[in-house]
Design a protein around this ligand. Structure first.
Ligand code: ADP
Ligand code: MG
Length: 245
């Protein structure tokens, strides 16, 4: 049995005259890992931000666990957004807080979890991302790869139902990409539902259940990684893969 966790219907997003997303209709099933790939400027980040309505769609619907995010109050939206973790290219950690404080903040402030409970969970998560002993450090004293793993732990601290990643390794030095992808792979293996915008084709090939290829404001092609990479159907996708592979 499959359950739709995110549904996107006739999604359109314009910035002024610029129609960035023209008409997107896709669903994410519970437990699925979707990798969104496509040329720069094709609307991948905009699309991801529409999924949790950080960016308000111009028209169309986004449903999360059956709730229409595009048609509810800000308060309800905030509540549902708690279940959608997001990780950005730039790690966005709070520089004036140590790692543990960064991870504990939202569960305590937003969910009313006790400090003790938040701390316990934060330590578990730090272990999970391979940073067990780094709780007292400040983000500025850590490498990019470590900071991004903290950012992932921080998102996970809210017990999200789905994790959205926008090019989480693009800002990293090459030698740090692997450690972040490993954490993401473990997360995928644990059954987390994930939508990952990425240029890491190796990761996409191995970890994705589906590739969504975006170009010109549409999801042009949806396929299993093996099929998509071996035999892309659209000219747009062939052209893209020729340029990058
Ligand atoms: P990608 O992530 O695939 O590189 P983006 O979603 O960042 O693409 O951008 C797609 C298009 O939308 C670009 O033309 C970009 O200039 C435009 N765009 C993105 N965000 C904004 C914004 N906040 N205001 C105006 N235009 C934007
Ligand atoms: Mg982008």
């Amino acid at each position: 049995m499959t359950t739709k966790i995110i549904e996107v219907q006739n999604l359109q997003k314009k910035y002024g005259e610029n129609v960035v997303l023209k008409d997107i209709n896709e669903n994410v099933e519970k437990g699925q890992v979707i990798c969104v790939i496509g040329p720069s400027g094709s609307g991948k980040s905009t699309f991801l931000r529409c999924l949790n309505v950080l960016e308000k769609p111009t028209s169309g619907k986004v449903l999360f666990e059956g709730h229409e995010l595009t048609n509810i109050s800000e308060k309800q939206l905030d509540k549902l957004r708690e279940k959608m973790g997001m990780v950005f290219q730039s790690f966005n950690l709070f520089p004036n807080m140590n790692v543990l404080e960064n991870i504990k903040l939202a569960p305590m402030k937003v969910k009313g979890v006790s400090e003790q409970e938040a701390e316990k969970k934060a330590l578990e998560l730090l272990e999970k991302v391979g940073l067990k002993d780094k709780g007292q450090q400040y983000p500025t004293s850590m490498s990019g790869g470590q900071q991004q793993r903290v950012a992932i732990a921080r998102a996970l601290a809210m017990d999200p139902e789905v994790m959205l990643f926008d090019e989480p390794t693009s800002a990293l030095d090459p030698e740090m990409v692997g450690e972040v992808l490993k954490v993401m792979r473990d997360l995928a293996d644990s059954g987390m539902t994930m939508v990952v915008v990425t240029h890491e084709m190796g990761f996409a090939k191995e970890v994705a259940d589906q590739i969504w290829f975006m170009a010109d404001g549409y999801v042009q092609e949806v396929g299993k990684p093996d099929e998509f990479f071996a035999n892309p159907k659209s000219e747009r996708a062939k052209d893209f893969l020729n340029k990058i592979l």
